[in-house]
Each structure stands twice: as C-alpha cells, then as structure tokens.
Write a protein that binds this ligand. Structure first.
Ligand SMILES: CCCCCC/C=C/CC(=O)SCCNC(=O)CCNC(=O)[C@H](O)C(C)(C)COP(=O)(O)OP(=O)(O)OC[C@H]1O[C@@H](n2cnc3c(N)ncnc32)[C@H](O)[C@@H]1OP(=O)(O)O
Length: 709
C-alpha cells in the first residue's frame, strides 16, 4: 500500500475467502483518498485459475463474482490487472472488469468454463465480444482454448505484454493513466462490433459447435450467450447469460465434466499395496530412451519422446523397415515443427539395426509385434545389452508383463506402458504394474507419461489390463446385437448419439479386424476343431459370435482392405458407407442359424454396451486391477472416445442409478443366460444393497481389498 497504489494478492482460485478479500480491499482502496489507482495481482506469480470448482458442489457462500466485478469496473479509480502465468475462467472475467490488463509474455489466458459444462457467467460472454468482436469471442468461449499473451495482445484482450515483471509493468501503467477518463475503458459500455452477416456467422458456428459437441450442452449455450451480446444491451445480455448458466449449472453434464477435471488429476496419484505412492517414490531421470520396432506404435512413441526432449535410439531388424520408419518419424517431427514455427529436433533421434546401440540408454520401450514369444526374445536380448539399471518397458495391449519380466535379469525394473494409437496423439497411457515392478520403476513410467503429455493411469497386470478387458465385452455385446437383428450402422448411430466419438464398428474397422482375430486364435477360440461352414455359437462354455471371424475369412479386415463392417472407397479409405453386402451376409447368417431378427431399440443398444462396461469395471475394482472408479473412467475418456460429458462408465452408472443398472443387467441376463458378462457383478449387487453410496465410498464395500497395483 502506497499513497497512490493499492496492491492486493489473490490465491490461485477465486474462493469465497478470496472474493471477500478482493471486494473489501477494492472498496477500501476506492474510499481511501490517498489511493489513486489499483493493481490486482496473484499470489506466487499466478494471477488466477478461475472460480473454485470445488465450491460448485456446495451452497454458495461469500460475495458473488458478478457484482464484485461490476463494482471494480464502475469504480472511479483505474484498476489494472497484472496477469502472471494464467488468467483463466473467472480470473479472466475479473481481468475484463478491470480497466487495463498487462500480461507476462509467458501467461496463458482463456475461458475454459465450457470444458466444465458451464459458460463464463461473470459477464465474460458479454464483455469479451464487446472487446474482440464476435468471431474471436465465439472461438474462445465455445472451445475453452487457452491462448498466449501474444495472441491476447493481437486480439486486444490485454493492453501490454512484458518479458519483465508484470506487476511492476502494471504499476507503471496504473500510474500513467491516473486522471484519464474511465468510461471508454468499461467494456460493458462498449457496443459489440458486429460482422456484416451476423446470422450467417452464427448459423455456421452452431453447425460446427453441435457437430463437435457430440451432445454436450455447454458449447451450444456458450454460442447462444455470445449471440445475446450481439443483439442485446449489456444488462439484458447478462440476464440471458445467467439464465443459460442456471440451466447448465445444475445439469448432470456439468457434474460429469467437473468430475473428470478432478478424476484426471486423481489418476496421477497412484499407490501400491506395499505403501509406495506417487508422493513418496522418486522417479528416475530419463535423458535417453531406446524404442524397439518402428511400426505404427513405435513411430508414435519415438515422436512423443523426442518432442519431450528425450534423445532416442530407434531400433529395427531390417533395413527396409528402418528406412520407412525413419522417413515416417522425420516427417511427423518436421510437420509438427512447421506447425509450431520451430526447427525439427531431428538430431535427437538415431536409427539403427543394432541392439548394441542401446547399451547406454536410461530406458527402453519395446514396441514390436504383439506376440509373447517375440517379445520374450527381445527382452532376453535387452537384459544382455542394456546397462544393469536401465528400465525395460513393454508397449503391449494385453500381454502378461510379469511373464516378460521373468525372462530378464531385472524383473523389478520391468513395467508395461500401453500407448494408444496414434501414440503421438492419443492422451492415454496405461502403466501396467507387474507384481514385481519396483516403486521407482512405476514412478518413472508414470512421470515419463506426464512428461509426454499423457494422462497416465496405473493398472494391474491382467489380460487386456483395464481398457481392453472392458472393450472385449463391449464389442461382444455389439456382435450379439447384430446376430439378434441390428445392423452395424444402427449400433454405431446409437453409440454416437450417446456421445462416443465413433461407433464400435467404425472403431473396429479403423483398428483392423484382424487384430481381434489373432487374439481369438491365440486364446484358443478359433482352431482346427471349429467347423468352417457352420461355426459354433458357443465356445468355452459361453455364447460366442463367429461373425467377425467370418468377415476376416472373406478378407474384410476393415479400412486397410477397403471393406469391413462398412465399405470404403479404396483400401485405406476413411469414409464409411453402409454395405448392402453386409446386410445380406447378416440375413443369411441368421437364416442359417435359425435366428429370427427382432427390432432392437436404441435404448437396448446403449444399455447393453454401456452397462456391460460398467459391470466389468466393478469386477476390475474387486480384482484390485484399478485403484478407483476414477481411474477406470479416465481410461475410457482418454483412450476409448467415451463422451467426457458423461463422466466415464463408472460415473455414468452412478448417475443413472446403480439400482437401475442392476435391474437392467438382470433383465438382459434373463434374456441371454448364456452371456455371463450380463450377470451383475458382486460389487454392484453389494453397492445396491448398501443403498448406492457415493463413488468415493465404493471401495469400502469390496470384501477383501486385493490390490494388484
Ligand atoms: C451461477 C454461478 C455463477 C458463477 C460465476 C462464476 C463462474 C466462473 C467459472 C470459472 O471460473 S470455472 C473455473 C475455470 N477455470 C479452469 O477451468 C481452470 C482449471 N485449472 C486448470 O486448468 C489448471 O489447474 C491450472 C490452473 C492451469 C494449473 O495447472 P497445473 O498443472 O499447474 O496444476 P493442477 O495440477 O492442474 O492443479 C493444482 C491443484 O489445483 C487444483 N485446481 C486447479 N484449478 C482449480 C480450480 N479452478 N478450482 C479448484 N481447484 C483447482 C487442482 O485440482 C489441483 O489440486 P490437487 O488437489 O493437487 O489435485
């Protein structure tokens, strides 16, 4: 506090206590005749991360944000926001209520409320369009994307950007504007600059927003609120903003999205039965890594590592594969660097045919073909070649990590790292903790995942781990629905309307139908004793659907062969078209097996596919293969295209009501007694018996906690 200035630090979030502090301090500063200007800055070099999301689940307390910001804007002394590190959500709205904004060059700004199922309801939807115009405001508010200080300067959101101390620059600016008229600086006074074809702009944006939203309400509400800024005076626009927010605020979607925010952070906080945890285990430093195999997965993994600043030695067995891998990896790195306007770090990766080159690396990620014998031979070789303390990781989608560890000289240093294709794009990383993986090994894999920009989830070592173990049963349901009368496009449409990024049959075509075919062969489900003309619909004591095998036998392997569950223009084509040949194929199949097709509703498709996922999730919790329902949900949200606004299969089950899920599973199991996975799990039954406690208490209902993590 000086004669001319009053500086008040904020903490990261605008909690009730912080709002109270600001309201009182600003009122005092406005009253104090010695104070000529005010600078708002954050604590510890962070301006503000927005409203305290945890408060949304409680009754409102403390001064509300809207009048607080209004009082700042209406004040007769200049208020300058000094934005260090971030101004997000309510934090940016607060800054927009200030008369001037100064940002540090490294600060990020944004209105990410839409990602939490909300809209910027502290005047953000009304002030931002008045400042930037409609198109930029629509972009920022409907996507929630963060922008750099430089972009904010270009858009006029901040007045100055400094490489130096933002608070000092704000103080300097504040002192320089004392006495200047404030009315032109009050954004709520501004008229919104309008594009020539306002209707056209909104029509186009609404189409895009609805397509991207996949059923999420918030992006559409955001666009409507911005439209109000274009058409209504500020005060009426604010009313519209409030009404739209009220609908969103109490919606299940907002609860789901806020749950995802915390679940994503909780997933990083792993623990093992021996007491090792994320906060008491030290990860190893990783400076150099080896990648073995430059197929689709190995290429993506190598790119991720290089982009994270880790030097890579990439190994292949044949000159031809090495060459095409080298070209692909370099191309990906060059395209990425071009997009970001930097030089591609090609010097950070070497390509070789010799495993000997791995002798000095800190860690190796093996990404060879999914075949146990092959992987074992690679791991045995790595034991001989690598430094004794190098970590050995396997990128596998379902093989036994401990079996692999057993062929090495260092089982505690072996861990699974299941990347998802394409590995440089997909956010999920399943870290498979073998029974002998050491805490340091798990900590290193989890931390490495975070460094690569992934959401790392620690899972146990069971067939398929968490994600693919559940996927198998989901896919089974989809196949059974085809037998019973549905078409692939009908199943996909129901799932896409539910919010999945892609229907399951489109996903299967994209991944390649031969992958599952190989897995089923390895599991002994397909073999010489199966009648090729009339394959049995019961195997290993349960119902089995031979449809995908029959498709593979016809050479229909999905996108790569131009034909799978759908038809594509050519091999490698992306546009899926319904194929009349599949319709006849299904009719003939049903006729041959005496199945009379029935009408299958969208509700049945969604319930059978989605509840079976949750049911297996309960079994996974009981088996100790995942530590918490949040972990399972994050696997599905980040790895399997599950709609984030539905929280994840476990959250969805809780939101629908566990008793309803139980009752629907019982119903479908009665209809299909030969599908054991429709039989409700013991944990689900127990939870319903305990009157469906909240998710945080589910663990207490597992009889004997048998953590495999
Ligand atoms: C009718 C009602 C009218 C209401 C009108 C007002 C509406 C306002 C809307 C909002 O402002 S909604 C909030 C908008 N803000 C955000 O979405 C930002 C969320 N946070 C982040 O993106 C990041 O956390 C960060 C701020 C960029 C920091 O990232 P970093 O990687 O450095 O740390 P994290 O691990 O993510 O977070 C650390 C720690 O802090 C917790 N946390 C972060 N932000 C919030 C928040 N806004 N509210 C509550 N808690 C927050 C986070 O959960 C971590 O906690 P943990 O216990 O360590 O896991």
């Amino acid at each position: 506090c000086s004669d001319e200035l009053f500086i008040r630090p904020l903490s990261l979030v605008l909690s009730a206590a912080v709002r109270k502090g600001i309201t009182e301090a600003v009122a005092r500063a406005f009253k104090d005749t010695r104070v000529k200007a005010v600078v708002l800055c954050g604590e510890n070099g962070k301006f503000c991360g927005g409203a305290d999301i945890r408060e949304f689940a409680k009754a409102m307390s403390g001064p509300p944000l809207v009048p607080m910001i209004h009082a700042i804007e209406a004040g007769e002394k200049p208020v300058v926001a000094a934005i260090e590190e971030m101004a997000l959500g309510g934090g940016l709205e607060l800054a927009l209520g200030c008369h001037y904004r100064v940002a540090h060059a490294k600060a990020r700004l944004g209105l990410p409320e839409v990602t939490l199922g909300l809209l910027p309801a502290a005047g953000g939807t009304q002030r931002l369009p008045r400042l930037t115009g409609i198109p930029a405001a629509l972009d920022l508010i409907t996507t929630g994307r963060h922008i750099s200080a430089q972009e904010a300067l270009k858009l006029g959101i901040v007045d100055r950007v400094t490489e130096g101390n933002a608070v000092e620059a704000a103080v300097e600016l504040a002192l320089s504007v004392v006495g200047r008229p404030l009315a032109p600086r009050r954004l709520s006074n501004h008229a919104t600059p309008l594009p020539a074809d306002l209707d056209g702009v909104f029509e186009e944006v609404l189409v895009q927003v609805k397509r991207r939203a996949r059923g999420a309400m918030a992006p559409v509400a955001c666009a409507k609120a911005v439209r109000a800024a274009a058409e209504l005076p500020y005060s009426r626009g604010l009313e519209c903003e409030r009404e739209l927010m009220n609908t969103l605020f109490t919606s299940g979607q907002a609860r789901a999205l806020q749950y995802c925010f915390f679940a994503q952070r909780a997933a990083g906080k792993w623990s093992l039965p021996n007491g090792a945890r994320w906060d008491n285990s030290r990860p190893r430093a990783v400076h150099t890594a080896g990648v073995i195999g430059l197929g689709t997965m190995g290429r993506g993994i190598a790119v991720c590592l290089v982009k994270a600043g880790i030097s890579v030695v990439a190994v292949e067995t044949e000159e031809k594969q090495l060459d095409s891998g080298r070209r692909a990896v370099r191309g990906m790195l060059e395209r990425d660097a071009k997009r970001r306007g930097v030089t591609a770090p090609l010097h950070m990766i070497t390509f070789t045919l010799s495993m000997q080159q791995l002798r000095d690396v800190d860690l190796v990620i093996e990404a060879v073909f999914e075949d146990m014998a092959l992987k074992k031979s690679v791991f045995a070789e790595l034991s001989r070649v690598c430094r004794p303390n190098a970590l050995l990781c396997t990128n596998t989608s379902g093989l036994d990590v401990d079996e692999l560890a057993s062929v090495t000289d260092r089982p505690p240093l072996v861990v699974g790292m299941h990347f998802f294709a394409p590995a440089h794009v997909m956010k999920l990383l399943e870290v498979i903790c073998g029974p002998r993986s050491s805490p340091e090994t798990v900590a290193t894999a989890m931390t490495l995942g975070k460094r690569l920009g992934k959401v790392s989830v620690a899972v146990g070592n069971c067939p398929g781990f968490v994600g693919n173990r559940m996927l198998k049963l989901y896919l089974d349901q989809a196949h059974f629905l085809l037998e019973e009368g549905a078409s692939p496009e009908q199943v996909d449409q129901a799932l896409e309307e539910f919010g999945f990024a892609l229907g399951i049959f489109k996903v299967a075509d994209l991944s390649g139908l031969d992958i599952g075919w190989r897995v089923r062969k390895a599991a002994g489900l397909i073999g010489p004793d199966v009648d090729p003309k009339f394959p049995s619909r019961h195997r290993q004591g349960r119902r089995y659907c031979p449809l995908p095998d029959l498709l593979c036998e016809q050479g229909r392997l999905g996108q790569k062969s131009g034909r799978g569950w759908y038809l594509y223009d050519s091999a490698g084509g992306k546009e899926a078209r319904p194929d009349p040949a599949i319709s006849s194929f299904l009719q003939e199949y049903r006729l041959r097996y005496g199945i009379s097709a029935r009408r299958i509703t969208e509700q049945e498709v969604v319930e059978r596919c989605v509840f079976v996922l949750a049911n297996e999730g309960f079994r996974i919790l009981e088996d100790g293969m995942a530590a918490a329902p949040e972990d399972i949900d994050m696997v599905y949200v980040f790895g399997y295209g599950w709609p984030r606004h539905r929280g994840g299969p476990m959250f969805h089950a809780a939101q629908v009501g566990l008793a309803t899920v139980l009752q629907r599973l019982e119903f479908y199991h009665r209809q299909n007694p030969d599908i054991p996975h429709l039989q409700p799990s013991t944990l689900l039954r127990r939870l319903v018996g305990a009157r469906s406690p909240p998710m945080q208490q589910w663990k207490q209902h597992i009889r004997s906690i048998n953590s495999q993590l």
